[in-house]
Every structure is written in C-alpha cells, then in structure tokens.
Design a protein around this ligand. Structure first.
Ligand code: ASP
Length: 309
C-alpha cells in the first residue's frame, strides 16, 4: 500500500512559553489530535486528500482555541470576517472565499466554490449570496463570541492598531488553521481557514484565501498551508514559491520550505510558518516564530503533535 499522510496547523501565533499552562497545552494538543485523527481516518479509509483536509480544517474551525470559524477574531466593527481556501493538487482546481460572516465552516464553502461554481474566488456579499443559494445555515454572533477574543479586541479597538495572532505580544495566542494531505493514490491537497487579524478594517484580506500565497497544491511538487503575517506572505507568494523552488530548482520539499520560511520571508521581515507535503507523503513544518501549533501523522507510523521548537 502507498504511504499516505496528513499534517495540520493551528497557527504560528502561540502563547509565549511562559504563559502556557500545562492544562492549556493539553487542550491545544487534544484539539489538534482530534482534527489529525479525523483527517487520517479519511485517508486510511481510502478516501481523497481533499476530503481529509476538509474534515481536519472543519474540526479546527469548530474549536474556540483557533482563529478560524468559531474562534475567529473581532474586526474593528466588532464582527467576524472569515477567509478560507482549498486546492486539489491533482486537477489544480481551487476554491476560495473571503470576508464572509456567520458561516460555521468557511472551508466547506470554499470547497463548494471549487465544486459547485465556475469560479475560484468569491468575496463578501456575493460569497454570502452563494452560500444562501446552497442553503447554508447562518450562525448568529453569539456562536462566534469568545471572551478572550473580545478582550483582545477591546484593548486595541479605538486605535488604528491591528493585531496578528503570531506577534510576540503577551496575549498573542491563536492562529489560522490549515491542513495538507497525501492520499493512497498519491494525490495531495491543501486547505487553510482564518479569521484574519484582530481589529482589521477596510475589508482587509490576508494570504490565507489567496491561491499561491497562503494555500497551494500541485501533485507535481507539494501542497502547502501557511500561517503568519499575511501581508508578507502575499508579497512573497509563499506557498507557490515553495512549489517553484521544487519544480524549477529541483529542491526537496524540506529544502524549499526552509529556504522560503528561514530566508525569503525573513528577508522581507515576515514572520510565520507553513506545513507542506509531497506526493510521496513526506512532510515538513518549518516556522520562524517561537512556536506553531502543529501535528502530523503518516501511515509509515510517524505521529507528532507539537507547539514549540
Ligand atoms: N495569515 C493570516 C492572515 O494574515 C493570519 C495568521 O496566520 O494567523 O490573515
């Protein structure tokens, strides 16, 4: 049987080490394990990498611990605007949505854009209309309310500041979520979902829903999901850059990922990390921040759930 594997992340914005309690660490690791095991089971059952990354990201979106779906941060208006993307490395089909509110699982809406529309990227009101036409259920604000997130917003609400979860400030704790997987047929896929940054305004959109920036998959090279300061990941076209270094320079998955995160992103002062997989099931998870919530499991027997270096 062919090797199959999955990797997930819950953002490169971990609590600084001194603030992490054993109880909280256990909660994060459990949430990661639940998502990892669910994605792995899909692969073990012989289903596709697309199905595996969707289920893993959905479960991370359902956890209040991460900045996506239920745990999404507050915008400057006190709302939640979510972005997500999914990409199939076999067909290069992709779907993405941004600036949506009230949707429990943005990753599923991105998948529906890929499978049920002729488009790749829908935003704002139009994306919401698309969801309505597919009979999506809309959650009220209460579903997305989280006290920690609310207080995080209150601290900077009336300022021009915005806050990324992976900055090293004392309370920068949550993060974007993502998954990459390689199924038994050697097809790979990537999915990413986020609430963006606290106090964001003007319809700010980060790298997460942008194909090639925060999310990318191509069977020929790799599937990548990023987390970090989105503006830099957009400018660095980070996910596609990893793929390009493999395709055009012949670097391995690990070499390409490390070159991008430890060199190219740093050169433009960006911080964050990524998870990446290739069609042989190899996985790498580099980051240039203090930590990154991450986990991986492969049919070869390897399993890892980690937060710090
Ligand atoms: N990349 C995300 C964004 O800029 C944030 C994150 O990864 O935490 O929207």
């Amino acid at each position: 049987m062919k090797v199959f594997s999955i990797a997930i992340h819950g953002g490169a914005g971990t609590l600084v080490k001194g603030m992490m309690t054993p109880e909280l660490e256990a909660r994060y690791k459990l949430a990661l394990k639940i998502a990892l095991d669910a994605g792995y089971k899909v692969l073990d059952d012989g289903k596709s990498s697309i199905e595996a990354v969707e289920i893993a990201v959905k479960l991370l979106e359902d956890s209040p611990l991460f900045n996506a779906g239920k745990g999404s941060v507050f915008t400057a208006e006190g709302t939640h605007e979510m972005d997500a993307a999914i990409m199939d490395g076999k067909s290069l089909n992709a779907g993405a949505i941004s600036l949506i509110t009230g949707i429990k699982n943005p990753v599923s809406l991105a998948k529906d854009v890929m499978e049920k529309s002729e488009h790749v990227f829908l935003a704002g009101e139009g994306a919401m209309q698309f969801a309505k036409e597919l009979d999506y259920k809309f959650e009220d604000d209460h579903y997305f309310y989280d006290e920690f997130r609310y207080n995080q917003w209150q601290e900077i609400k009336d300022t021009d500041n915005f806050q990324l979860d992976h900055s090293t400030k004392k309370d920068s704790k949550f993060g974007t979520v993502g998954a990459v997987a390689c199924d038994q047929d050697g097809n790979i896929a990537a999915a990413t979902s986020t609430g963006g940054m606290t106090n964001k305004k003007w319809g700010r959109v980060g790298d997460s829903p942008m194909i090639g920036a925060g999310n990318y998959a191509n069977n020929k090279t790799c599937a990548v999901s990023c987390t970090g300061s989105g503006e830099f990941f957009i400018r660095g076209v980070v996910a596609y850059d990893v793929s390009c270094l493999m395709e055009h320079k012949g670097l391995s998955l690990q070499e390409a990922s490390e070159e991008v995160i430890h060199k190219r992103v740093l050169e433009i002062n960006g911080d964050g990390g990524l998870i990446a997989i290739d069609a042989q099931g190899n996985i790498t998870m580099p980051f240039n921040t203090e930590g990154m919530y991450r986990a991986c499991k492969s049919s070869g027997g390897k399993e890892d759930i980690s937060i710090y270096k």
